[in-house]
Design a protein around this ligand. Structure first.
Ligand code: FES
Length: 113
């Protein structure tokens, strides 16, 4: 689910738009969260770096369109909202709001820890 920035979240500067290659994901650790910044068709998305099937990192997986593929059993997650698209994963992962300023800096709203 996409979590809106609120009193429960904080915006973090995480990257510059051009640092994220098209069709790829950048793995980052930010404020205690392990996240993936993904770029598809020049749009940036952010999901947590965790497969909900067995709690392993997704960062060794790959993108197929807007779906992130888990490298272990092949579950996929929609990077736009974290919803599982292919079994064996049945639970969504977190997807986080993105904001890009006029200098093309990328900010992510992450839950406060
Ligand atoms: S650990 Fe990701 S699909 Fe099984």
């Amino acid at each position: 689910m996409v979590e809106a920035a609120s009193s429960q979240t904080t915006w973090h500067l995480v990257a510059h738009h051009k640092e994220i290659p098209e069709g790829m994901c950048l793995q980052l650790g930010v404020a205690g969260h392990s996240i993936l910044l993904c770029k598809v068709k020049d749009q940036i998305y952010c999901i947590e770096d965790r497969c909900s099937h067995r709690d392993i990192p997704l960062n060794r997986g790959w993108l197929e369109g807007h779906e992130m593929v888990c490298p272990l059993h092949g579950a996929t997650f929609d990077i736009r909202n974290g919803h599982p698209c292919r079994l064996p994963a049945k639970q969504a992962i977190s997807a986080y709001d993105i904001r890009i300023d006029e200098q093309q800096r990328v900010f992510v709203a992450l839950p406060k820890t």
